[in-house]
Design a binder for this molecule. Structure first.
Ligand SMILES: C[S@@+](CC[C@H](N)C(=O)[O-])C[C@H]1O[C@@H](n2cnc3c(N)ncnc32)[C@H](O)[C@@H]1O
Length: 197
């Protein structure tokens, strides 16, 4: 990552921390991922040579910046979805200022409806950072749209394990995945879709 982008990302995170601390309404907080999670996802996408990435829960685009910079080298695209248009406006401004908008497609749609619209095995990597109680209702689309060898990452897996428990159960009961919870930031559930390539 180049120095200018790293500075932009660091400044945006610090600004978000202060903003959230002063904002009484939870839904209006940016609730950005922790920077080590950004680093982790960035390296993961590079190693996976991911081209087709889906993010559910854009907020102001902080996590999207990490994902977009990683897929840019692979000529890939991040489709980042949020059901709140105001957040997408902020994300667009941040991605544009960082020079990463060309690698991102921002969509205003509910996460489950978006997953349902995708073709089978069309996604290399998906990142869930939305309303956690919604995740379980999206099944089986996360599995259906992920290619073999593709990965699902779910934030807040150690901070709010109860709220992602139903999704975790679906992933494990399905039998088609190998999974682990990585203790970085608020905890990332990582699940890879097994099968022969
Ligand atoms: C925790 S914030 C995302 C933070 C962002 N990933 C980051 O690290 O910068 C959650 C976002 O998900 C959106 N959201 C929540 N549930 C959603 C759903 N079911 N479909 C689409 N967006 C959703 C909210 O509007 C909010 O902007």
């Amino acid at each position: 990552m180049n120095e200018d982008l790293r500075k932009f990302i660091n400044d945006l995170y610090e600004d978000g921390r202060k903003f959230d601390a002063a904002e009484p309404q939870w839904a209006r907080r940016r609730r950005n991922i922790d920077p080590p999670v950004g680093e982790f996802l960035w390296i993961f996408l590079k190693a996976l040579k991911a081209k087709s990435v889906v993010e559910i829960g854009t907020s102001n685009g902080y996590s999207t910046l990490w994902l977009a910079d990683a897929v840019r080298a692979n000529s890939g695209t991040v489709v980042s979805v949020d059901y709140d248009k105001a957040w997408l406006g902020q994300a667009q401004a941040n991605l544009s200022e960082a020079g990463l908008l060309d690698s991102v497609d921002l969509k205003c749609i509910e996460g489950g409806a978006f997953l349902e619209s995708l073709a089978d095995q069309s996604v290399d990597f998906m990142f869930f950072d939305a309303e956690r109680s919604d995740y379980a209702s999206w099944w089986p689309h996360p599995k259906r749209v992920l290619r073999i060898g593709g990965v699902i990452a779910v934030d807040n897996s150690t901070s709010h394990p109860d709220e992602i428990a139903d999704l975790y159960r679906q992933i494990n009961d399905d039998g088609g995945f190998s999974s682990v919870v990585v203790p970085v930031g608020k905890g990332e559930l990582i699940a890879v879709k097994n099968g022969s390539l």
